[in-house]
Design a binder for this molecule. Structure first.
Ligand code: UDP
Length: 550
């Protein structure tokens, strides 16, 4: 691979001259290190020192120019996990004059996209932390799209899911350890460092207990666009689509419906899986397919998931495959004894993202006699025998793991790695409940997601009736986009505030004008805001404030 970078693709002398004369040039986005991505010309990396190097010349550029604030705590996050202190990026500075004392640089001609994978061994982390963020970062910077050279700097080996990372670009991704093969000083002609956090929905509990991110910026639409693109790259077509084309018109689609049971074969087992599969098939009169990461290729799993009506799985990384479920599918996530589903919700959060259109349900084992614990295993698989007797006893008698931080809480690990004998009747209840909501959902039309524009030409007339009685007559015109839309219910919200007060009176109005007389006093200035609302949940922007003097 290193041969790819030899002088044939790049005019070596010109590159060297450019590095000597111009040094490194860096321009970054964002004022905050947690939102920052930097673009470099001639960023270098010294393999012996394991440091990126910024070469200063008269022509070099460093924006933001933070001085030593660059180390407080870092220039940027190299992974999509926010502000994690093992994932910081910075560089060492040298004058270009130092180049004559260093090894001859090797130039990487490709536009290189440099970031850290967070946990490439775990398929949930692969998608949530790396693939989705990288995919959309590459959409944002057009010279990254399709043909960037990805460079993973976290220092791990390829890992079990490297084929998925390969799908991001037409070029083979590089690992940090491979840089050594190229030479001692590697200079990236053009590179981007850092990866977007825009698509992540979950925080893992490093500073507060795990949970959905406070400000989720991704919707089901973007997730589904990603899934679609990845399915194309994996050469997977949805089962449902294949079958639809071969089916005679008028056939009921229900006939092809099937349930997928996602099995884990080493830890957190469903001990009576076979029985569960039979029970599901009998109860719902559907085929039940079993998949597991240990037995199938990932694309073949995606193929099966992409046509499923119901996905049943223990809590665990394999549930990230629900991002390939068709709209309207049901996700049933099972939790071992003493684990509160509400507190471990990466898959619930995914399934319930607006526009993801999945139906999420959880089931938990409430019967202690149905759990199989593994106190003797190593601590990272939930063993507790290394703990003091008293602490072991406390854990064994506890009925629910209380909120905790990531990642080594022994009680959490002990409970989450239990195997479970599934209480089939209670699980079937949950799935049945899911089927009911799905049926009522499928009948209702897909909801419109277009927001109203501003109401136009808002106006205000006033009149005084008596010394203590006045009126505000407010009118407006419909938002400009409404005439192009079919909206079931259009309402207007009017806020009226007495100038100088800090409270306001809100009203919901159906028509385009209204006379307000309640609580309206003469010789007062009122501030009035009007906005349109579609279907009771899609809020438009307020029109410019009206100033109304009675
Ligand atoms: N894994 C698996 N089968 C198992 C146990 C784990 O395929 O029986 C996979 C799992 O999907 C994940 C990785 O191994 O990609 C690490 O699993 P772990 O239990 O550590 O993480 P979790 O599933 O709890 O996120």
């Amino acid at each position: 691979r290193s041969q790819e970078f030899t002088q044939t693709q790049i005019d070596y002398h010109r590159a060297l001259q450019a590095l000597h004369e111009d040094g490194t040039r860096m321009v970054c986005s964002s004022k905050m290190h947690t939102d920052r991505i930097c673009r470099f010309d001639y960023l270098c990396y010294c393999t012996e020192g394991d440091e990126f190097v910024f070469f200063h010349s008269n022509a070099s550029v460093m924006l933001p120019n933070l001085g030593s604030r660059r180390f407080q705590p870092a220039l940027l996050d190299m992974s999509s996990v926010e502000d994690h202190n093992t994932q910081y990026f910075n560089f060492l500075e040298l004058p270009t004059a130092a180049l004559k004392f260093l090894s001859k640089p090797v130039f990487v001609p490709d536009v290189t996209f440099i970031f850290n994978r967070f946990n490439p061994d775990n398929i949930m982390h692969v998608f949530h932390d790396d693939l989705l963020p990288a995919f959309y970062t590459m959409k944002f910077y057009s010279d990254l799209e399709e043909s960037a050279r990805l460079l993973f700097m976290e220092g791990w080996g390829e890992g079990p899911h490297f084929d998925l990372y390969r799908l991001l670009s037409s070029k083979q991704p590089l690992l940090k350890e491979q840089l050594k093969d190229f030479g001692k000083l590697i200079c990236f002609t053009k590179s981007y460092v850092g990866v977007s956090k825009m698509t992540t929905w979950y925080q893992y509990g490093f500073v507060q207990p795990q949970g959905p991110k406070a400000n989720i910026l991704v919707s089901g639409n973007e997730i589904r666009q990603f899934s679609k693109a990845f399915m194309v790259k994996m050469n997977v077509t949805r089962f449902a689509e294949v079958e639809k084309t071969s089916r005679n018109a008028g056939d009921e689609s229900e006939k092809d419906e099937y349930i997928v049971v996602f099995s884990r074969s080493t830890t957190r087992l469903m001990l009576n899986e076979a029985e569960l599969i039979i029970a599901l098939a009998q109860e719902f009169k559907m085929k039940v397919l079993k998949v597991s990461l240990e037995e199938q290729s990932f694309p073949s799993i995606v193929q099966v998931i992409s046509g499923a009506s119901i996905l049943v799985s223990m809590h665990g990384a394999q549930l990230i495959t629900s991002l390939f479920l068709p709209r309207g599918a049901i996700v049933v996530e099972l939790f071992p004894f003493a684990i509160n589903p509400e507190q471990y919700a990466p898959y619930k959060t995914l399934a319930t993202l607006p526009g993801m259109d999945l139906h999420y349900f959880s089931w938990r084992n409430t019967k202690e006699e149905n759990t199989v614990t593994h106190p003797d295993r190593p601590w990272e698989q939930g063993g507790i025998t290394h703990l003091e007797k008293q602490e072991q006893e406390r854990i064994l008698s506890s009925q629910e793991v209380s909120r905790h931080l990531c990642c080594r809480n022994p009680e959490w690990l002990f409970r989450i790695y239990q195997d479970t004998l599934i209480d089939i009747p209670s699980l079937l209840d949950v799935v049945r409940e899911g089927m009911k909501t799905r049926l009522s959902f499928n009948k209702s039309k897909p909801a419109n997601k277009i927001h109203p524009g501003k109401v136009r030409e808002p106006q205000c007339q006033t009149s005084v009736q008596a010394t203590d009685k006045a009126q505000l007559i407010i009118s407006w015109k419909i938002p400009w986009n409404l005439k192009y839309l079919k909206v079931k219910e259009v309402n207007y919200e009017v806020w009226i505030q007495e100038q100088g007060e800090n409270t306001y009176m809100p009203y919901i109005i159906q028509q385009q004008n209204f006379t307000f007389s309640e609580n309206i006093k003469p010789f007062i200035t009122y501030l009035v805001w009007v906005r349109c609302i579609f279907n009771n949940n899609l809020l438009g922007p307020f029109a410019d404030v009206l100033v109304c003097k009675t």
